[in-house]
Design a protein around this ligand. Sequence first.
Ligand code: PXP
Length: 238
Amino acid sequence: MALLGVNIDHVATLRQARRTYEPDPVWAAALAELGGADGITLHLREDRRHIQDRDLRLMRETVTAVKLNLEMACAADVLRIALEVRPDQVTLVPENRQEVTTEGGLDVVGQKSRVGEIIKTLKDAGIEVSLFLDPDARQIALAKELQADAVELHTGCYALAKAGRAREAELQKLQTAAGEIVAAGLLLHAGHGLNYQNVGPVATLPQMNELNIGHSIVARAVMVGFTQAVREMKQLIS
Ligand code: PXP
């Protein structure tokens, strides 16, 4: 059964809308744990649009029973913070200031030596490294060569595809890529755009190890509460 990493970024988005102290993503992380989350995921973006340094530092203190997964760009500033705070896992993602959310997978082919250096630095510090990649065989082959621990497949195109043939085609791409990741001896993760309606086929891909889901859980939490929203997603995954 896949593990559920709950991404709490958008609790911070709501707080930052008023630059106030509430709602606190640290509270949300605790409630997510009560609902059965296997991990807490947060993205410290270079523009600090939602998660702040303080959130990461406090969550390193409070999230101890489950995995703390930090999403970050290949940037010196956040790398330094990651090495200080030591999350259990880092997921390397591309970042672009104009985007509403992470738009595509990391281009490892185009920046092999930089990504390789960062993977080595993080692993030497005892932090597991996952790469957020599109379902692309060349990128996956490099993840293995550079000794990443895991690949998180970008499920955004699958999530956006119209139900029916288009979505089936995207699922097929994910299936193929998942097979390549597992065959390479890497852990299989997936995330982006997953929700209560579309998570099933991704959760049941063979050897799916971890799903990272944020927006749809936070959206449901506004209506039913955080613990209940996580519990419902956990039930769907299992
Ligand atoms: N995985 C990665 C690598 C992401 O960048 C994000 C978005 O921050 C997610 C998962 C979660 O995506 P969503 O909020 O659409 O569930």
